[in-house]
Design a protein around this ligand. Structure first.
Ligand code: ARG
Length: 488
């Protein structure tokens, strides 16, 4: 007999209807959280004298057994893990006892609490994984402060830079990703329990106590908001989307750089595939999949946004449909970060090819124009005109070339206004270009060293934040464990 439907409803749904309706499969993700939520709720019910000591003890041991048996032992004909678990408890402890667990609660506040508990673990792990990726980027950058490479705009050779500078650009994006995830964590780690269906409950529940036992930072203020909102999900997935966009750009570059045209890196065999027909092929499939999975994650975010749009308050079953997208996106983003980290850690960098490519395409033109401005005092726009005209020849100009063009354009020779052979030579040297760009944020080696130091400080802050988060959660779960022992 179905403990949920036996009262109001008389006809059982057929299998097709149940498959359509049930969240049992996706609920695998919240089974452990559901047990914790049940335990905290039951402990609180006992402390508020809403249930007896004997009932509390019997329910807690029933929950222990259900935890050991696992979700696969639950009756899958129920529509979700919450009711299946309660049915199993009633089977074990009898309805007179097991039937008291759901006092002062609804599946609406229960599921929201379970999702938040499970998601917070994922967000912490994700922060740690992004931290590892940043560390990999910094370790590689540390070896390449002097490795000159072409910098690009519009995928065209633009100005010389260094590999360190380039990798640090990516690292800075990931530091911001962690900060965003931490913001999402703060708004996820709040307690909806006690909201019941939406209007709270007439039982004297203690929301502060379940907040403490479950390691939440605070209870959600409004009970209707508690069960209705999935904005924490949308926010987390928006962080994922941003992070995946960053990863897709890194992946794209790694794919380009490993092509014969660039030949800047060779990916490690373990992060490569080959062709079933072309025996020579070494393909960057892992990076390509990171690039592709960006679409998967953003698609999941779009699904959740559309599902949540215009749902009237408070709980509607629509919300169940959002959750699997969250887990799929979570798994995808976490594994993508790990793949990117592994690729960076294992790739071989072809320093000489990067350096060679830096001599192609007159990338020192900007520095030449700047040098002309500094040594002659003519306006930058005029220098841009002269150097731009010289670039049509397809190679870097000599002082004589520049003088000829300058005479045509301004009526005066640059050499008469203070530009020397030595100035031109220095401006055309890529290494010298980089040395000159020592302003904050630039590619000069002393500056990229400083940038690494700043990023490392950022990583230490993140480590400390994560430590505090772990500590808080561990303290709470220790307290819950001890309290359950005491009441068992
Ligand atoms: N499986 C449901 C979900 O994920 C749990 C809440 C069901 N509540 C309800 N009133 N039908 O949203």
């Amino acid at each position: 007999m179905n403990i949920l439907r036996r009262g109001r409803l008389s006809i059982e749904p057929d299998e097709d209807i149940m498959r359509f309706t049930s969240s049992m499969k996706a609920d695998q993700r919240i089974f452990n959280a559901d047990i914790e939520v049940d335990r905290a709720h039951v402990v609180m019910l006992r402390e508020q004298d809403i249930i007896s000591a004997d009932d509390c003890s019997a329910i807690l041991s029933g929950l222990d057994r259900i935890k050991r048996e696992g979700i696969s032992a639950l009756d899958t004909s129920y529509e979700d893990v919450h009711i299946a678990l309660e049915a199993r408890l009633i089977e074990l402890a009898g309805e007179d006892t097991g039937g008291r667990m759901h006092s002062a609660r609804s599946r609406n506040d229960e599921v929201a609490t379970c999702i938040r508990l499970s998601l917070r673990e994922e967000l912490i792990d994700l922060m740690e994984e992004v931290h590892d990726l940043i560390t990999a980027l910094l370790d590689t950058a540390t070896e390449h402060h002097e490795t000159i490479m072409p910098g690009y705009t519009h995928t065209q050779h633009a100005q010389p830079t260094t590999l360190a500078h380039h990798l640090l650009a990516h690292a800075n994006a990931y530091i911001r990703d962690i900060a965003r995830i931490k913001g999402a964590y703060e708004r996820t780690n709040r307690n909806p329990l006690g909201a019941a269906a939406f209007a709270s409950t007439g039982f004297p529940v203690n929301r502060k106590r379940t907040t403490e036992l479950l390691g939440f930072d605070s209870a959600i203020e409004n009970s209707m908001d508690s069960v209705s909102t999935r904005d924490f999900m949308i926010e987390s997935m928006s962080c994922y989307a941003n992070l995946m966009i960053s990863l897709s750009r890194l992946a794209e570059e790694l794919i380009l750089w490993s092509s014969s045209e660039f030949d800047f890196i060779e990916l490690d065999d373990r992060y490569s595939s080959t062709s079933s027909i072309m025996p020579q092929k070494k393909n960057p499939d892992i990076a390509e999949l990171v690039r592709a999975k960006t679409g998967t994650v953003i698609g999941a975010l779009m699904s959740v946004l559309m599902i949540c749009k215009a749902i009237p308050y408070s709980y509607n079953r629509d919300l169940q449909e959002a959750t699997p997208h969250l887990w799929r996106a979570t798994d995808t983003v976490r594994s993508s970060v790990r793949m990117a980290c592994g690729i960076i850690r294992t790739m071989k960098i072809k320093k000489e090819n990067m350096e060679h490519a830096s001599g192609i395409g007159f990338m020192t033109a900007t520095e030449l124009a700047d040098t002309i401005v500094r040594s002659t005092g003519i306006p930058f726009r005029t220098a841009h005109h002269i150097v731009g005209s010289s670039a049509k020849a397809g190679k870097a100009p000599s002082l004589a070339d520049l003088d000829r063009l300058s005479s045509e354009i301004t009526g005066r020779k640059l050499s008469d206004m203070g530009l020397s052979e030595e100035n031109v030579k220095e401006a055309l040297d890529p290494a010298e270009n980089i040395r000159k760009r020592a302003v904050t944020g630039g590619p000069a080696p002393e500056e990229t060293r400083r940038q690494i130091a700043v990023l490392k400080e950022g990583l230490v802050h993140i480590e400390n934040d994560i430590k505090l988060i772990h500590k808080k959660i561990d303290t709470a779960s220790g307290e819950l464990e001890r309290t359950c022992q005491r009441y068992s």
